[in-house]
Ligand binder design. Sequence first.
Ligand code: ADP
Ligand code: MG
Length: 651
Amino acid sequence: MAKHLAPSSKHELKKEKNRKLERSEKITAGEDRPVRGLPYRFMERIPAWLPAALAFVLLVVIGILPLKGWLVPAAYVLVFILAGTGVSLEAVKKIRERDFFNNELMTLLASVLLLILRHYFEADLLPILFTVCKLAEDYLKRLSRKDLESILDILPESAGLITEDGIERVKPEDVKPGDVILVAAGERIPLDGVVVDGITTIDTAAISGQRSPWAVNKGYRVYSGCVNLTSDIRVRVTRPFEHSTAKRLVKLAENAVQFPSEQEHYAARINAVYVPAMLVLALIVGVLVPAFKGEWAVYAVRAAVVLIAARTVADVYCMPVAYRKGIALAAKMGVFSKGEDCLEAIARAETMIFDKTGTITEGRYTVTDVYPVKMSEHQLLSIAATAESFSRHPIAIALREAAGEVDSRLLKVIKIKEIPGRGVSTFIGERQVYVGNAALLTEHGIQCSVPEKPGSAIHVAVDGRYCGYILVADKVRRRAFDALEGVRVNGVEKLVLLTGDVPSVARPLASRLNFDMLRAELRPEDKKRAVEYLMGNKSERGTIAFVGDGENDGGVMTKADVGIAMGALGSDAAMAAADVLIMDRDIMKVPRMVSISGLVHSVSWQNFLAGMIVDLLIAVFGMLGVFSPLAAELVSFLIVLAVLGNTLRIR
Ligand code: ADP
Ligand code: MG
């Protein structure tokens, strides 16, 4: 989603991303690589807090006991070993992974330096506080992992395969398309398929995030991950487990961490300069300055403070944790993102483009009026419905519904050509039929009459002769207004409506919903051009989001920085084209997604800036000798806790 890329290569990048998602099989979310070696295995056995807690108790005891002579350093070194061993092992592990300037190493360097300088208490406290920070950070990581794992619940353990000998429980992977399975009441549907027997209600909550029981019977499609609520059904499986809805969603959620945000790249780049720079500074303060001025001990302490400041707060300011939390939070409400970068792009969106039909409106048309020319209303409807026999467009569905029973003589439809954003061109028997908007007929040299009422007019022509028009209407989604206001409140400046429909329908809608810009009568390629135009005219840091159904606007969606598909459940096209999938058709999830993304984004920046500024202040004051090692340790400890606490706000 890098904005510096040209549109075509950005498109390539997205395709690559989709391919990658298809290919990657393994569960990768938050898995640590196993560590080898005896000391690591030993340390794994004891809880991480134990040595730190013991070290702390010992440190207090040493302070109370009246120790004398060599016993004093010996006792402190013992505490150091206790608290520092885990830190050292971790440092070595990271160095082996070629992460040379890690926080653990900086902690150790500072600590050892302080020991040598006989600042025993500070030397021992440093690894203890560091361990506390690590534990708190791990706790946070576990929290977000737990959220992600709740998505794993949608994966089935087994499927009841119907064989000649009865029902056999098998692994979902072993069921092939064409097999019939029995899904008992109360069972999670293991694979995608079509109901062949039984009537029941299913609950899609696990994938759509909303408790909405859904009645199904013979012939209905059902999706893995949903729960069969009321009675047993038989389902003919339509696709292998690997490509089932549940498996794909789980993979998607897990793979999202493979696509980090630009913010993280940025922080990592700064980090890569910051830490070595601090090391150089420590060397200058601790070696170069005293070479001229003497007072080695004084400057060595200052160098230790600089080393303490060289550690970056909580693994580059907690950004991965924040993003993972955001992704998990969204998934819980049935919104799946393909990458952390998608959240970032939504957070930075200055313009949000909406497709009209099926996104802002329900996408369920009804016929409101019929205006035939020299034929009956029923005849006109029948011709239109027959020509549209094979179209999945909502208008086609409405026409078929309105026509009802169609004269069987009409049924021979051939050479069907659906022209996106226009209509259909077919032959019914020998006769050439056009059904679509005025633009379609005008393009073929047929004069249309101007509709008496405003509305979406579907004109019909047979063998070049105009036969009249049918008015169809679609309802605006119930909470569309609230949703758009919500998007605006969360910082999106410009709302754009794109539609293939006529201005007489689109204009009142756009003004009622406060859209800033409207483009009507667009074919899909015009929509693409409109998005490209907006992409070319956006500000330096801003992004453009496109919200559609991903069905007939998939190609348009990939032109924007981030594509959001509504009603993605059951739509392969949407799953492939969109970056963010809203599984159901709840338009309120759009503003909610903008708000979650914004929170993740701002928490990440706050953490980064706060951590960076405090670290730099510690370094500067330490260098000047204003900050003692103890003060530096405590301040840097508190800022880590603050950053972690701030990250907890994402929920
Ligand atoms: P939108 O841009 O609002 O999502 P579409 O691009 O799906 O709408 O369609 C735009 C216009 O093209 C419709 O309003 C209709 O006039 C015409 N159209 C598209 N497909 C068909 C069809 N199958 N039958 C009749 N008209 C169609
Ligand atoms: Mg559309």
